[in-house]
Design a protein around this ligand. Structure first.
Ligand SMILES: C[S@@+](CC[C@H](N)C(=O)[O-])C[C@H]1O[C@@H](n2cnc3c(N)ncnc32)[C@H](O)[C@@H]1O
Length: 261
């Protein structure tokens, strides 16, 4: 018997991994994060399987399900939204499993920042502009370590993907404008890949009223940085990877005046 932490992806069941789909279809006991995992994904679990919504459970109650699976020698699927490694609160569950001597594995999932980038039809990196992507959040009941405050991260001018922060968008904007400028592109995606997905795009100057008008207060990804602007896409430097003068390990440049490898 083991516990399998499974990434449920951002919502669309087609974005589950093949492995996650197979495990869910075979599942007998499932603990799922009901506040974020889509009903279509939970719907893959057989009708006669045991389902527990962790939204209303304590760690002790989740532990009791693990123990119950152990007593019946039946694997437990622990279904987490997106990728379990990102704000998934899996460490405390693994600590419990270590104490109980129950084995566990992890199946990664498509994270919401990836689904949001897809919804925005953007590349998160751009040569000369942003070669770093930062996954972060604003402080809530979980305080931010001082060196990771938004203003500190903004100094890098990387592409920022902010989880759990759309309700503090006004603060995000205020902290980012001094570093990114008021005209920096930003996208907010509510429930990326769900049927009711909403995409709001703008600049740091105008995004807050647009998001307020759309009524988005939770379950949204904020992506910000100069690399992502669709309006300005033609001005953003592009990679030389496919340039005919560019040599690399798998292709020689068409002439000797190549742009280098
Ligand atoms: C507790 S975190 C879990 C993140 C998850 N592990 C992941 O990899 O996407 C929850 C936050 O993820 C983001 N999120 C989760 N699903 C989302 C979706 N489908 N669209 C947009 N944001 C989403 C929101 O910022 C939400 O507040």
């Amino acid at each position: 018997m083991k516990v399998i932490f499974v990434g449920a992806g951002p919502g669309d069941p087609d974005l589950l991994t093949v492995k996650a789909q197979r495990l869910l279809r075979q599942c007998r006991i499932c603990v799922y994060a009901g506040s974020l995992v889509s009903p279509e994904v939970v719907g893959l679990v057989p009708k006669d399987a045991e389902l527990h919504d962790s939204a209303s459970m304590t760690l002790e109650q989740i532990e009791a399900v693990f123990v119950s699976g152990q007593q019946r020698n039946t694997d437990v699927i622990r279904l987490h939204t997106g990728d379990p490694a990102i704000y998934g609160a899996i460490r405390e569950q693994m600590n419990v499993l270590d104490r109980l001597g129950i084995a566990y594995t992890v199946v990664p999932g498509v994270s919401s920042f990836q689904a949001a980038a897809a919804a925005l039809k953007t590349e998160l990196t751009a040569p000369e502009i942003a070669q770093t992507i930062i996954l972060s959040r604003t402080s809530g009941r979980t305080p931010m370590p001082a060196k990771q405050e938004l203003a500190e991260l903004a100094r890098t001018e990387s592409t920022l993907c902010l989880f759990l922060s759309v309700h503090k968008l006004a603060t995000v904007v205020d902290e980012l404008i001094p570093h990114y400028g008021a005209d920096c592109p930003i996208g907010v995606v509510f429930r990326a890949s769900w049927p009711d997905e909403v995409i709001v795009q703008g600049t740091l100057a105008d995004i807050a009223p647009k998001v307020a008008e759309a009524g988005i207060t939770k379950t949204a990804m904020i992506i910000v940085g100069p690399a992502i602007g669709s309006d300005r896409a033609r001005d953003i430097p592009v990679s030389k990877l496919y340039h005919r003068h560019f040599s690399h390990g798998y292709r020689n440049a068409e002439d000797k005046d190549g742009v280098g490898s």
